[in-house]
Design a binder for this molecule. Structure first.
Ligand code: BG6
Ligand code: MG
Length: 223
């Protein structure tokens, strides 16, 4: 089936927020005396805030109550929000605006499918908010990636069948979610090594992206 909508992950695909997440988690971890490395930060890609905290707390010496965990997650988000408040149009990732313009030109709908509850603020700060026909984010789902819920929601909001959607993801959890949702997946960045992605590119700035989108948008309907 021809692709009619592209469902973009936000963090690491459209906007470079990895460093902001890393700084915010590092500050929290240091305050709590919990070791935290960049390699651990990589494990949090695509994973919800609460699940990310659970991963961080694997290295903690003491156990935390549910209330203490909620307070820790809120503190991390406070640090993170202060950092993303400083984002500007320059923080849109290389190739993001060009890819969105190409989608428009090819008649492909563009939607966001992100685990982040800060999606709206990030889109607004980077000047990308007007580029999408639909936004599904951490506020409208119950199950985080690798569950397909956010992708199915984005497809529904865009008014397209999953089989007519291409997911663009930089997280292994997101590639899994897209495939479980019955969609085609373009893996970028760190997700490129995922064996079950349908297509691969270094980033949206990779010269292979435009011909791929053209091909998928023009593919004949299967008989
Ligand atoms: C994902 C990020 O997009 O959103 C994760 O890749 C992050 O690292 C998750 O934990 C949730 O983000 P937020 O902004 O709701 O804390
Ligand atoms: Mg991501």
């Amino acid at each position: 089936m021809r692709v009619k909508a592209v469902l973009f992950d936000l963090d690491g695909v459209l906007v470079s927020t990895d460093e902001c997440h890393f700084k915010a988690w590092s500050r929290l971890a240091a305050e709590e005396g919990i070791p935290f490395t960049r390699a651990q930060n990589d494990l949090l890609r695509g994973v919800s805030r609460e699940e990310s905290l659970e991963i961080l707390l694997r290295g903690a010496q003491k156990t935390y109550s549910a209330e203490q965990k909620a307070a820790l997650a809120a503190r991390k988000n406070e640090y993170y929000r202060a950092l993303i408040e400083e984002l500007t149009q320059a923080d849109a990732m290389a190739g993001a605006r060009e890819t969105l313009a190409l989608c428009k030109q090819l008649g492909l709908k563009a939607a966001v499918a992100s685990s982040s509850k800060n999606t709206r603020l990030i889109l607004q700060k980077t000047g990308l908010a007007e580029e999408f026909c639909a936004v599904a984010d951490g506020n409208c789902i119950r199950k985080s990636k690798p569950d397909p819920e956010v992708f199915l929601k984005a497809a529904q909001l865009a008014g397209e069948e999953p089989a007519a959607c291409l997911v663009v993801e930089d997280a292994e959890a997101g590639v899994t979610g897209g495939k479980r949702g019955g969609m085609r997946v373009l893996a970028v960045g760190a997700a490129q090594s995922c064996p079950y992605a349908d297509h691969r590119a270094a980033s949206l700035a990779d010269p292979c992206v435009a011909p791929l989108l053209r091909r998928l948008a023009e593919q004949e309907e299967e008989q």
